[in-house]
Design a protein around this ligand. Sequence first.
Ligand SMILES: Nc1ncnc2c1ncn2[C@@H]1O[C@H](COP(=O)(O)OP(=O)(O)OP(=O)(O)O)[C@@H](O)[C@H]1O
Length: 267
Amino acid sequence: MTAAEPLLKISGLSVVFDGFRAIDGIDLSVAEGELRFLIGPNGAGKTTLIDVVTGLTKPASGSVSFAGRELVGKREHQVVRLGVGRTFQTAVVFEELTVEENVDLAASFRMSLPALFRRRQGRSDAVAAVLERAGLMALAEQPAGILSHGQRQWLEIAMLLAQEPRLLLLDEPVAGMSREERERTGELLVEIARDRTVVVVEHDMEFVRTYASAVTVLHEGRVLTEGDMASVQADPQVQEVYLGRSRDTRAAEPAAPAEEKEKEGVA
Ligand SMILES: Nc1ncnc2c1ncn2[C@@H]1O[C@H](COP(=O)(O)OP(=O)(O)OP(=O)(O)O)[C@@H](O)[C@H]1O
């Protein structure tokens, strides 16, 4: 990979489910060190795109190049070992284990067997650093089962960091969070992007407006547009996709609280 090449390069990607093209010829590049947001209406293909990059879903055609290596055809654990980690819409943590044990377990996924045997007892510096970074140090000894929704999301991000991925893919990390939790998460993402590449799927437009410098808009399995948030917001096609959605579906829905409307509206 040369300096000019993107860390992640998706080319001509298509995914077909029972004849339905959920991804329809996507080209998408993410440079090393970027914090990129993927937005788009429900069903646009955002999660499916992450599923393909991480080896969960096989594409019908196209390629996913990561640091010059082809990911299509690789299994999920192979993709993790190459340095790509993800979170899911619902955090997956082991509730009976402590916060620290969850992070420690995640850290061991990328270790060789000899390294695992050599491990010292007690908290490693790497695990301590990750707990600190995710703001979970005070909860290190608590079982993960007692964590609040926001804290679980942070634990999942901490577990991801423990695997030392070069690329993190986060699926709706602030869904269901309070305003304060969203702010802390935004700051955490910006901080993580200082030394890693981060791609975030997000519906919360207030959050995207605050933290995104680069945005890619997906619609019906294609890239509609990309750029900085101001240019994306001003794009008539993007407005049509979001406003069209509000005309078609919101009219039939009960009125949402003002804050929810503000969060989801692109304009
Ligand atoms: N396993 C599957 N089998 C069949 N169809 C699927 C499958 N997974 C996703 N789809 C369909 O593919 C399309 C894209 O779904 P996807 O979940 O990627 O969209 P999304 O942009 O992440 O949506 P949301 O914002 O609602 O999570 C949708 O129409 C969805 O119903």
